[in-house]
Design a protein around this ligand. Structure first.
Ligand SMILES: [Zn+2]
Length: 456
């Protein structure tokens, strides 16, 4: 008795083990997986009915079938209804809108996606997934028009533009140039209007700029800014480096800068100072002077600049300097400001107030305050002996900000006066000329306001 019972219980145990094993197998095999397929539709809730929508469906056991349809107020259109013969665990599908949809004025389209996988789960029917995506239809490109701009721009110079953008779902507005610079824009005067200063860098052969507007649905518009280009020649000068200069100023600077530590060859020191240190100093200046206001401005006024009384120009903006030693070319640089000299330790008084955004030492530029005058316009004062303002100060027109000197890369007491537009050095002479300011900035703003007022 006991033996037979033992035998049958053994069979029972084996059967149970097989059953558990079978169940375990079913639960863990890919063939019987129980996870629904995943559906991913790349979208941000908007569709312009031009760019295809990217749909990705995937499943560990492979996809058996899928169906994609578009639902509108007019009904349902099936775009795909496929049964897969070949195994695939991930499929990427471009959903193109039916031609008829573009002509219709649907406000919304619903994308419906149904997927069934290859699993034997669910009585061999597989796992199902079903997703609906509601997309707002926006086929309209932003409406873009130039309201007013400076008549011309000179090589190395500045200009201004005011334009209008209309779009319900506006995402991004900017100005792009032929040389890759993107100018930021500031809301101006009334809703939908924008303003920006422009700059043609002295090192660029030509200038071309267009306004770009993009909306959330990826509709975009472009408007060319019609500026008359005025080429301006700049001086190319050949400078011979003397031993006296290397042993004097260069040795002093080399002692001071991190970049020249351990370098003993004076010519190498000069090259590093003129190229690497200069690039680093300019990079900092460009970073500080790239900001524009985000808040709407109702006007932009600027006084004729003349930071140093009774000053003589001792070096011009835009000079291309080629340095040589014993007849061998050594290095080159561009002079990106206007050098003015009067008495030693003369007071520097900007005619335009603003916010002090830097008031510290900056390598070749020596002690250097930078003032933000708004709309991306900045002025910089280099080689100062002392700076009398602090970073974060707000100054009024004609406040003293510093005294001239020869700190940094300067041989005699002078002011290196720099004007920058969104991080680009421009010709200070334009901003030192009241006629230029009137014709190219003030009148353009005035005209734009008249047109905006007339538009209501
Ligand atoms: Zn200078």
């Amino acid at each position: 008795m006991s033996r037979r019972r033992g035998k049958s219980s053994l069979i029972g145990w084996v059967f149970l083990a097989l059953l558990i094993g079978g169940v375990f197998y079913v639960f863990n095999s890919k063939m019987f997986e129980r996870t629904s397929p995943t559906i991913t539709l790349e979208n941000n809730g908007y569709w312009n009915l031009r760019k295809p929508l990217k749909l990705v469906i995937s499943d560990a056991s492979g996809i058996k079938s899928y169906k994609v349809s578009l639902k509108t107020s007019a009904g349902e259109t099936v775009l795909y209804n496929e049964y897969l013969i070949k195994y695939s665990d991930s499929i990427s599908i471009d959903i193109n809108p039916p031609r008829s949809a573009y002509a219709m004025n649907y406000k919304k389209i619903q994308v419906s996606v149904e997927v069934v996988d290859n699993s034997k789960w669910n009585m061999f029917e597989g796992n199902k997934a079903h997703d609906e995506f509601v997309l707002n239809i926006d086929k309209k490109r932003p409406k873009l028009s130039i309201v007013a701009n400076s008549y011309k721009i000179s090589k190395g110079g500045s200009a201004i533009v005011i334009f209008k953008v209309e779009d319900e779902n506006l995402k991004d507005i900017y100005i792009k140039t032929n040389y890759g610079k993107k100018f930021k824009v500031t809301p101006f005067y009334k809703k939908g209007y924008y303003i920006s200063l422009l700059a043609w860098p002295v090192r660029e052969k030509t200038f071309k700029a267009s306004v770009f507007a993009d909306d959330i649905a990826n509709n975009s518009s472009k408007a060319y800014i019609p500026l008359y280009l005025k080429n301006k020649p700049y001086k190319l000068s050949h400078i011979k480096i003397s031993d006296r200069f290397l042993k004097g100023k260069i040795a002093d600077l080399a002692y001071e800068f991190v970049e020249t530590q351990g370098i003993t060859d004076p010519l190498e020191q000069f090259k590093i100072i003129n190229e690497d240190v200069r690039a680093k100093n300019e990079k900092l200046i460009h970073k500080i002077t790239s900001k524009v206001p985000d808040e709407m401005i109702s006007d932009f006024k600027v006084n004729k600049m003349y930071p140093l009384r009774n000053a003589q120009v001792v070096a011009h903006f835009g000079d291309h300097r080629m340095y040589s030693y014993s007849g061998e070319p050594l290095s080159e640089s561009y002079h990106l400001g206007l050098d003015l000299a009067s008495n030693s330790l003369a007071e520097i008084k900007p005619q335009n107030g603003g916010d002090v955004v830097y008031a510290d030492y900056n390598g070749l530029y020596g002690n250097m305050p930078i003032i933000n005058h708004g709309l991306g316009l900045y002025t910089l004062y280099g080689h100062c002996s002392s700076v009398t303002v602090n970073d974060g100060d707000t100054i009024n027109d004609y406040d003293v900000v510093a005294r001239t000197g020869k700190s940094g890369y300067a041989m005699g007491d002078h002011l290196h006066f720099g004007v920058l537009v969104q991080g680009i050095e421009v010709r200070p002479q334009e901003w030192m000329d009241s006629t230029w300011i009137k014709l190219n900035i003030t009148n353009v703003i005035k005209d734009a306001k008249k047109l905006i007022n007339r538009a209501g």
